[in-house]
Design a protein. Structure first.
Length: 227
């Protein structure tokens, strides 16, 4: 079952493809669905993509493909698609526009790439190009410290984090330590303990009991400002 907003979004995207051959921008979708931010559009698209209703076309700006409509039991096929379903390859009468859709991610304060510091829950947002994000819910954190420099993560960078509570060994995660402090580190498990590894030879690994560490997300990308 789809939510009302998910159904409304599919109908709007289909109508725009039929009219222009180009999928609507995130701003147009936000306004059409009366949403407060583009991040809400991103979440709807990610959910529909995961459930097999939409597909993002790689290397094309504003390119969404309607695979099937609500109520369809199988994905639509270009050769035998019913008249109310957009073909798998929609017409493109004009060139694709630049990939300038931006999503406002919640910016939750600063996170340590060194000794753990508190990751603050704030009301700020960070504009991020939608092309940098994959499916799922994301948030941003400002990096403080130099313990991850050998992984290319520097003080003042913005970490784009996919929200999740699980991660595999060797992935860079946001780890909440003892329910109070958060840090950005490689996650590894060793001898019944959780090891948080820096990417800087000047820092030592940190060891904790499994119940002292909670994964709050995995690193999905970085933004860097040059002054």
């Amino acid at each position: 079952m789809l939510t009302a907003k998910q159904r409304e979004l599919i109908v709007f995207i289909q109508q725009r493809l039929e009219e222009t051959g180009v999928s609507p921008s995130f701003e147009e979708m936000k306004e059409a669905l009366d949403l407060k931010s583009k991040s809400g559009v991103h979440r709807l698209i990610s959910a529909l993509e995961e459930r097999g209703f939409l597909r993002r076309l790689p290397n094309r700006a504003r390119a969404l493909e309607v695979i099937r409509q609500p109520g369809d039991t199988t994905p639509a096929r270009a050769a035998s698609a019913p008249s109310n379903v957009v073909p798998l390859t929609p017409p493109a009468p004009r060139a694709a526009e630049p990939a300038n859709d931006v999503i406002e991610l919640p910016l939750h304060g600063r996170i340590a790439a060194g000794a753990p510091i508190e990751a603050l829950e704030g009301q700020s947002t960070l504009p991020v190009p939608a092309a940098l994000l994959g499916p799922g819910e994301h948030y941003a954190l400002e990096v403080s410290g130099d313990s991850m420099v050998e992984a290319g993560i520097f003080d003042g960078d913005f970490a784009l984090v996919r929200r999740t509570s699980t991660a595999r060994d060797g992935e860079i995660v946001v780890a909440l330590v003892r329910g109070e402090e958060a840090t950005l580190k490689y996650l590894r498990r060793e001898n019944g303990q959780v090891r948080l590894d820096p990417a800087n030879a000047a820092y030592d690994p940190q060891f904790y009991r499994p119940d002292e560490v909670e994964v709050q997300g995995k690193l999905a990308g970085l933004l860097r400002r040059y002054h």
